[in-house]
Design a protein around this ligand. Sequence first.
Ligand SMILES: [Zn+2]
Ligand SMILES: [Zn+2]
Length: 364
Amino acid sequence: MAPRSPFNPVETISLQSPSFSVDFSPKIGPSSDPEGPVKRWYHYLPLCAAILLILAPHPSWLYILVDYHLKTIHRPALFVTHLVVTYTLTFMIFSSLIVCVARDPGPVMLDDSKNGRGEEEDETLLTPHEDYSGPGRWCRKCWGPKPERTHHCSVCGRCVLKMDHHCPWLGGKCIGHRTYPAFLHFLLCITLLAIYIAVVCTFALWHAFGDPFAMNELMPLHAIFVTFFAVVFALVIGSFYGYHLYLVLINQTTIENLSPFLILRHLPPLPRTGHDLSDPPLEPELSRSQRHLVRDAHGYIRLYDVGWRRNFRQVFGWSHPYGWVATAMVWRADVRDGRTFPRNPKSDELLARLATELVKDDRR
Ligand SMILES: [Zn+2]
Ligand SMILES: [Zn+2]
């Protein structure tokens, strides 16, 4: 097959796009900046700490299983069940962690020579019909296009498709379009494992306090330690998972949820006269009351919310008949291309109303 010709921004952006005096050579995508941030060994320290935290209670947990379930209550079947459940979940935690750390979270343009990817992924390359002339659709740092919901991560020094957030705990990487399902899977499995272990240890502790002479005196100490650890994990990671589940159901990323002023770039064209606002308005030029209006509207305007079932399917790929199996076991990536997203038709009406209110407020 003939070599792919480099992407030419001139073909896709209109004359309103930023500074045309700058070099147009195709230096786009993750490998575009050779001076970009280099990852050093200490960037992996939080990841090592996270792995240590996950593994730390396991010696005590095994001690409880052997001492309580085998030696005290003599229930080998229960012992094996607990082993199978906890180590299946542990395996799932580590496999989704590996996906989060090793997988590219969302390359705007795939670099075939560097990533060793085949031609089957060619359709995710930039295509000339994609329009990057709209506000916020051109990254001035990578000097490259930004598809819908793509954001530039200043820590990674690159743009990431449907960027959710930058996570220092997972090897200092972004969580984006291609790693978000694995990230949710990671959080869910930790929460389930922590709840499971907390419940089992609570039963063992209950027995130990009721009949302290029936078992090894060290067992309750291990059980208290593991229960404390598991409850803290279940509360912290569980509430984080709950927040992300809410975001999946309303189809927002963490960035979209926490940055109300991002909706400004989606406003319809403002009337040409009678106000001093840019089109679209910029955050610094808004007055206090206008900022209030935007923050209020942000609570109601859900640009990509197309119903909770479809929102869920967008992330977990449940449109496939056995999609849920793949989701549960293989932590697969989003099946969509991560560049275009169906819009909530109601949001256009709300955006138009917000634009009118902002102009009205500016005239006062
Ligand atoms: Zn960028
Ligand atoms: Zn990042």
